[in-house]
Design a protein around this ligand. Sequence first.
Ligand code: UT7
Length: 312
Amino acid sequence: MKKIKNSIKLIATGTYIPEKVLTNFDLEKMVDTSDEWIVQRTGIKRRHIAEGEDTSDLATKAAINALEKVKYDKNLIDLIIVATFTPDYRSPGVSNLVQAKLGLSGNDITCFDINSGCTGMIYALEVASSLLNSGKYQHALVIGAEVMSKVIDFTDRNTCVLFGDGAGAFILENSDTENAYFYTTSCGELDKTLYVDRYIHMDGKKVYQFATAAVEKAILKVLNDLNLTINDIDKIIPHQANYRIIHSVAKSLNVALDKFFLNIDEYGNTSAASIAIALDEYLKSREKVSLEKILLVGFGSGFTYGAGLITL
Ligand code: UT7
């Protein structure tokens, strides 16, 4: 793979989180678990669950949230990419449904979905940036959206305490400076360590071991490719799967835990949506700073993993 930098501008971010909250105490009544176990092992306290809404509804509402923030003319959009593995249908894609739900049917828009597990948003950003920088596209909507509750077996305590529903959206345009860089990869695996059929199945311990190594490797790869050090990075927005994974990576990189933005306590693991939701929340939480370097990092089934640097 060649090291190619991208030139993109993050115009706005948006989110949509379903209202219904499922707490650890609610789960105590459903399976043999406890708030104490879940908080200690994962950092999760609550998660949000969609009721009567599918993935395209969440994705569209996150997009509208981003569009409204900057009063963006939705008719400019020429590219919609949705990262998800919980689509409404096998076909059409969520991206096509978002186009329709935004009232953009009939506009010339290239729409497709990306299924790269929980790393989907990093993959989607890499593809969107490359397409924008090709010069063919100018205004991209990149969305991570999941209704995980559709694929959760609420009698399986190994998985049902971990996941939540939500969506996050980015509006991207081309910029004049090479200010972004993405690294995406996959291990490929035939073992059924993490997969989704009717339900999500997972060997938690194996995923945990993979994740701690992969997150660190992806961060170091991007830093190395760009001749940066961890001190050049203002904030790391990781895939929100387990507080302990982030804690372990922070320790081995020898950086303070607060270098990482964490909101897993409120949302659980929203899979391909988690990085988008976390970046939106981080941006809302801080004073506007120019030339801030943000590192996004994720991992997921496949096993996929990757990281991306964006400059705000
Ligand atoms: O987006 C990517 C997807 N997934 C992940 O990133 C998950 C990565 N893995 C993890 O986050 C952790 O491995 C888990 C949170 C899933 C599990 O934590 P752990 O410290 O690895 O626990 P464990 O699987 O070793 O299980 C320890 C014990 C077991 O009981 P025994 O065999 O020691 O008696 C489990 O049966 O905890 C039990 N256990 C539970 N107990 C209460 C498993 N799930 C639960 C539960 N409540 N929900």
